[in-house]
Design a protein around this ligand. Structure first.
Ligand code: FMN
Length: 370
C-alpha cells in the first residue's frame, strides 16, 4: 500500500499543563485535571484519535502555571483507555537513558504496548537553570538527544549492549524484560531546525513539527525524506494544528480573532523571548518559531499557521492537502477540548475519510488506464 493510501492519523495534545493550548484569556472549558483528561482521552479514542501527546515542563512557561509530569500522567491515561497510544514527552538532561528505557519498558508491559515517547531537546533555558541542569548550546542539545535515542533503541533491542558516546556510556548492559512492542517503543521527536531534521533523518521514527503552511511543510518533508533515504532510514511526519471547526467559516474565524484579541500579551512576549534565546544558537535560523509573529505565538507551537480553521469541509480538504505532501499525522489542539474532539469525530473525520477514498479510487483508475 502506498503512503497516499494509508489513512492519515490523528493525535491530540494532552492538556496536562494548565491554561489550555492558547496563551489567551479567552474562556476555555479545557481543564488540566486528571478527571477532565480521562474523559477527554476516552472521547478521543471513540472519535478516531489514535495518539495523545503529553507535554513536559519543569517550571511555568507562557503562563502555564501548573504542569503534571508527562510519563506518570501518560501511564495514568493509558490505564483508563483501551486503544489510545499515549506519547510521553521526555527531555534528555533531566532524564537519563538507563532509567527511561527501564521505566518505559515496564509501562509497555502494564499497558499492553501502548506507550510511545516524544524526545524533545528543550527551549526554555530558565527551566534548565532552575533545576540545575546543564544547558548545552542548540546543536549540542541535538547531539545529546540523538545519543539518547540511539541508546534507548539499543537497550530495547539488544542484549549485552555497549555504547561509548559523548553524553552516555553503556557497558555490556542487558535490559530484561525488553518492551512488548517490536522492534521497540515508537520514538517521536519535536523540533524543526536543521539539527532536528538531520536527527530525524537518522534515528527517529516520527518527526513532529510546528504548524505551518502546506508549502513550508512540503519543503521540510522533502528535505527530511531525501536525507533519510540516503541514510536508509524511514521517518514519518506529524504536523501541529490548532483546529477551530465550526458550522460556518465566519464563526471559526471569529473564534480565532477572539483568542488573539484576548492574548495574554505579557506571557506571549516572554515566551517569544525564551524561544529566541533557545534558537539563537541554531545557526541556520530555521528552528521552530524562527519566523513566528506575535499572533502565531499565541498558540505555542504555531498551530494557527496550519489553517485548519473553518468549516468541516474546508478543514477536511486542507488535511488531505497536507497528506498529499507527505504528512502522516495531524497533531491537534482545540479550545474546548472534549466537545471539539467530539465535533471533529462526528463532522470532520468522515469527510477526510471520504476524500481519501475518492482519491484512492482516482489513483486506481489512473493506474488501470496507464
Ligand atoms: C510537537 C512538539 C512537542 C513539543 N513538546 C515539548 C515539551 O513537552 N516540552 C519541551 O520542553 N519542549 C517541547 N517541544 C519543543 C522542543 O523541545 C524544541 O525545543 C523546539 O521544538 C525547538 O526546536 P528547534 O530549535 O530544533 O526547532 C515540542 C516541540 C514540538 C514540535
Amino acid at each position: 500500500m502506498t503512503q497516499l493510501q494509508q489513512p492519515i492519523k490523528f493525535a491530540y495534545w494532552v492538556p496536562n499543563v494548565s491554561g489550555g493550548l492558547v496563551v489567551s484569556n479567552i474562556e476555555q472549558r479545557t481543564d488540566w485535571s486528571y478527571d477532565y483528561n480521562v474523559r477527554l482521552a476516552q472521547a478521543a479514542e471513540k472519535n478516531g484519535f489514535e495518539y495523545a501527546l503529553t507535554q513536559i515542563r519543569f517550571t511555568a512557561g507562557y503562563g502555564a502555571e501548573n504542569q503534571h509530569e508527562s510519563v506518570s500522567f501518560s501511564h495514568a491515561l493509558l490505564a483508563k483507555t483501551e486503544k489510545l497510544k499515549v506519547i510521553a514527552a521526555i527531555l534528555p538532561g533531566p532524564w537519563k537513558p538507563a532509567l527511561a528505557a527501564k521505566q518505559l519498558a515496564t509501562i509497555d508491559y502494564l499497558t499492553e504496548g501502548r506507550i510511545a515517547i516524544n524526545v524533545v531537546s528543550g527551549w526554555f533555558r530558565g527551566e534548565f537553570d532552575a533545576i540545575g541542569e546543564e544547558w548545552p548550546e542548540h546543536d549540542q542539545r541535538y547531539v545529546r538527544s540523538e545519543e539518547f535515542i540511539r541508546t534507548l533503541k539499543g537497550i530495547w533491542t539488544t542484549d549485552n549492549y555497549s555504547f561509548d558516546g559523548k553524553y552516555y556510556q553503556f557497558q555490556n548492559y542487558t535490559l530484561k524484560p525488553k518492551p512488548l512492542q517490536k522492534p521497540h517503543i515508537e520514538v517521536f521527536q519535536g523540533g524543526s531546525s536543521r539539527a532536528a531534521r538531520d536527527m530525524a533523518s537518522r534515528v527517529s521514527d516520527w518527526y513532529f513539527t510546528n504548524g505551518n503552511t502546506v508549502e513550508e511543510i512540503q519543503k521540510q518533508v522533502e528535505d527530511i525524506r531525501t536525507k533519510a533515504k540516503a541514510n536508509n532510514h524511514h521517518v514519518k511526519i506529524g504536523v501541529n494544528a490548532f483546529i477551530i471547526a465550526r458550522d460556518t467559516e465566519e464563526e471559526a474565524k471569529a473564534v480565532l480573532r477572539e483568542i488573539i484579541d484576548k492574548a495574554n500579551t505579557e506571557a506571549v512576549n516572554a515566551f517569544g523571548d525564551a524561544t529566541r534565546e533557545a534558537g539563537a544558537a541554531s545557526p541556520e535560523q530555521q528552528g521552530n518559531w524562527a519566523k513566528s509573529s506575535f499572533e502565531d505565538l499565541v498558540q505555542y507551537n504555531d498551530g494557527f499557521k496550519t489553517n485548519l480553521i473553518g468549516t468541516p469541509q474546508q478543514i477536511a480538504e486542507r488535511i488531505v492537502a497536507l497528506k498529499n505532501v507527505g504528512v502522516d499525522l495531524i497533531l491537534s489542539g482545540f479550545l474546548h477540548f472534549i466537545e471539539e474532539v467530539e465535533y471533529f469525530g462526528e463532522k470532520v473525520l468522515p469527510l477526510v475519510r471520504q476524500l481519501e477514498l475518492q482519491q484512492e479510487k482516482e489513483i486506481e483508475i489512473q493506474a488501470k488506464s496507464a
